[in-house]
Design a protein around this ligand. Structure first.
Ligand code: 5GP
Ligand code: ZN
Length: 131
């Protein structure tokens, strides 16, 4: 946890949507769960398959990741690939994405990986030469 998070840690955890879901205080359509992370369907999907892989620990941003989180992040990636298999999109292809901060459009301040697939995805963006 980065220092800024540590300061506000307790208040944030109390007030955090994904902590509530991880604790079972908020409903979700769960796809996978273990002691480190869980995966549930995004409430507002932007692809046929849109699942969020969420750590149980309240880590807010990728910028707050330390060496202590390396195993957790590796685990979340592996679970993303496993959920892709489980949901039948491993062969056709999929995307695993983390939105970090404002410019990337992060709206929930609890680290999560988006698993997107189940149809052709849009390219990541427009080449900046053509904007
Ligand atoms: P971000 O933009 O922060 O990377 O993505 C947050 C995601 O969380 C969004 O895709 C949004 O649809 C999803 N989301 C927001 N509120 C809820 C909720 O209450 N339940 C679920 N399952 N997903 C949510
Ligand atoms: Zn949280």
């Amino acid at each position: 946890m980065c220092p800024a998070d540590e300061e506000k840690s307790q208040a944030k955890q109390k007030d955090c949507l994904f902590c509530d879901i991880a604790r079972g205080d908020m409903p979700s359509t769960e796809i996978y769960s273990d002691d480190q992370c869980m995966a549930f369907k995004d409430i507002n999907p932007v692809a046929n398959i849109h699942v969020l892989i969420v750590p149980r620990d309240h880590v807010t941003h990728l910028t707050c990741i330390s060496i202590n989180h390396e195993n957790l992040l590796g685990h979340m990636l592996r679970i993303g690939a496993q959920v892709a298999q489980q949901t039948g999109i491993a062969k056709s292809g999929y995307r695993l994405t983390i939105n970090q901060g404002n410019d990337a459009g992060q709206i929930v301040d609890h680290l999560h990986i988006h698993l997107l697939g189940g149809g052709q995805l849009e390219r990541l963006g427009t080449p900046i030469e053509s904007i």
